[in-house]
Design a protein around this ligand. Structure first.
Ligand code: ADP
Ligand code: MG
Length: 522
């Protein structure tokens, strides 16, 4: 019947889409805001009216008071439903069939001319959510159904499982809802009843949407109405929904045992979650001898057993390994987040399989603790990673500073000094010491300094280089400069001292060698 109606576009709405939800939320929020603002002055007026009444009875005051009471009641209703988070009710496991049964009991005095028909299947499938909110919602739906029946009628309530959703239908043989009114359902204050508040369905929609559910309405005037509520039963309401995995659970097993019992599935899930890392596992193993899966198991163990110290030292150790082998940080991040999600799924399944009310609060504590532990792991990992990298940089710097000054002898009297890389004053000091000592010890006659491999130099360094060349010449050694780049030449030309009297220039090292060895050699 529903499909038929849907096809014809008659009397069927599925307000489960997001647009409607956000509309509803904002209407509710604005209304709540206004209600709050309006309530205070009204309460004050009520006080004044009471004072006036003491002075002398006046029927207008009475009317004003009763109208005011109505307004205040309305506002309270609105505040109640539009702020369902007000009491911040904790999530818990709810067996809806059980709740429906107890709600029906509340209507017993009204049911003498109504036949109740219940059909509860899959009653062992729970949902997770705010129990009182759900009870209120189903109370509102059943109340509407009963109110719709004039004289005799039937109320049918069903509980079922359809794929991953728990389905509850509440069907009456009442007056029905006209096609044009259907889009108005759920709008605050929409009512067709004299004594109605028009807040019942607003509350229903708000709660069902909050739990990622859907509300469907199927109605025919003078025939009846069917409300269908669909709620995902797998959802853990922490924004990090769990998926039901086919896991093995031994009665009273600890989380750790549960985890190791199902380790194979854990690995599968984890690899599925970490799509980019998946292909790198072997490579990472080869480069750094890091076994990612084994490390994931270790991390999980430390997390679920709250072994904080081991967790921290493990994080540090991993940070160093990752830095040492220059492994890509993005992979680590993806890997850890994948572990977090997989752990979630496991926790969710563990909870579902070992479910008792007593363990419920422990579950939410554990949920929080797991998140914090993994964050802690990441923090220590990164600290140790960057510390290691910094130290490495420092060591490399020192290494470069102490690089041996390579003075290459061509023959007894001629040597080459090829300078490569960044030449800063500090390095030039080392060069100066080394070169002067070598000249003195080995009586070097000609020194070819090749600059073709140096990085652009600061003025300070150029000046220092000029000084060194002066010193070398002073010791009676001839200098031949090769591989001078334009920028260095420019600097040297502008330099007061100038190279010209001190050194000879050759374009390339090759030329210099030719000259020195074949022409100038005595
Ligand atoms: P109230 O019950 O206070 O009017 P609700 O939000 O619960 O407010 O319902 C809004 C309106 O929706 C009702 O006034 C009625 O017209 C219509 N309605 C809701 N449920 C049913 C139903 N089962 N049968 C017929 N009409 C319904
Ligand atoms: Mg109602």
């Amino acid at each position: 019947m529903r499909a038929e109606l849907k096809q014809e576009g008659k009397g069927y709405v599925e307000p489960g889409n997001d647009t409607h939800l956000s509309q509803l939320a904002s209407v509710g929020q604005i209304a709540a805001g206004i209600a709050h603002e309006v309530k205070n002055p009204l309460t004050a007026v009520k006080g004044f009216l009471q004072l006036l009444e003491q002075d002398g009875r006046n029927e207008y005051i009475e009317i004003a008071q009763s109208e005011l009471d109505n307004a205040l009641t309305t506002l309270n209703n609105l505040l109640q439903v539009s702020k369902p988070d007000l009491e911040d009710e904790a999530y818990q496991t709810i067996y809806l069939a059980v709740e429906l049964e107890s709600i029906l009991n509340l209507f017993q005095d009204k049911l003498y001319n109504i036949t109740i028909h219940t059909e509860f299947n899959h009653t062992n499938i729970p949902i997770v959510g705010r129990k009182n909110q759900f009870k209120k919602a189903f109370f509102n739906l059943i109340k509407n159904a009963i109110e719709s029946i004039e004289g005799n009628g039937t109320l049918t309530i069903r509980h079922d499982l359809l794929k991953d959703d728990v389905i509850v239908t509440i069907q009456d043989t009442g007056v029905g809802i006209s096609k044009d009114k259907i889009p108005l359902l759920g709008t605050p204050f929409f009512t067709t009843k004299d004594q109605g508040t028009g807040m019942g369905l607003t509350q229903v929609f708000s709660v069902i949407y909050q739990h990622d559910g859907k509300v469907m309405v199927d109605s025919k005037e003078n025939q009846g109405t069917k409300f269908t509520i669909r709620i995902p039963h797998k959802k853990v309401m922490s924004q990090k929904g769990g998926r039901t995995l086919n896991l093995h659970y031994v009665e009273k097993a600890s989380i750790k045992d549960f985890f190791f019992e199902n380790q194979k599935i854990f690995d599968e899930r984890l690899l599925n979650e970490a799509i980019n890392v998946k292909d790198k596992i072997d490579e990472i193993h080869k480069i750094g001898n890091i076994n990612l899966l084994a490390n994931a198991h270790k991390l999980v163990l430390y997390v679920v057993e709250e072994r904080e110290h081991e967790l921290i030292s493990f994080a540090k150790q991993e940070g160093i390994a990752w830095a040492k082998y220059s492994l890509t940080l993005a992979f680590k991040l993806e890997w850890i987040q994948a572990i977090r999600r997989t752990l979630w799924d496991f926790l969710y399944n563990f909870d579902a399989l070992s479910n008792t009310e007593a363990e419920r609060s422990a579950f939410f504590t554990l949920e929080k603790q797991i998140n914090e532990s993994i964050d802690q792991f990441l923090t220590y990992f990164f600290i140790s990673y960057s510390k290691y990298k910094d130290e490495l940089l420092d060591i490399q710097r020192k290494l470069v500073e102490n690089l041996p000054v390579p003075i290459i002898p061509i023959n007894k009297e001629i040597c080459i000094l090829p300078l490569i890389g960044t030449i800063d004053p500090q390095r030039l000091s080392t060069i100066q010491d080394k070169v002067l000592t070598e000249i003195e010890h080995h009586h070097i006659q000609s020194l070819i300094i090749d600059l073709s491999g140096v990085a652009p130099m600061e003025i300070e360094s150029t000046n220092k280089l000029v000084k060194i060349i002066e010193g070398i010449t002073m010791m009676g050694c001839k200098i031949i400069l090769t591989g001078l780049r334009a920028d260095i030449v420019k600097r040297l030309i502008n330099n007061e001292t100038g190279f010209t009297p001190l050194a000879e220039f050759k374009g390339t090292l090759q030329q210099a060698l030719n000259d020195v060895i074949y022409h100038h050699q005595p």
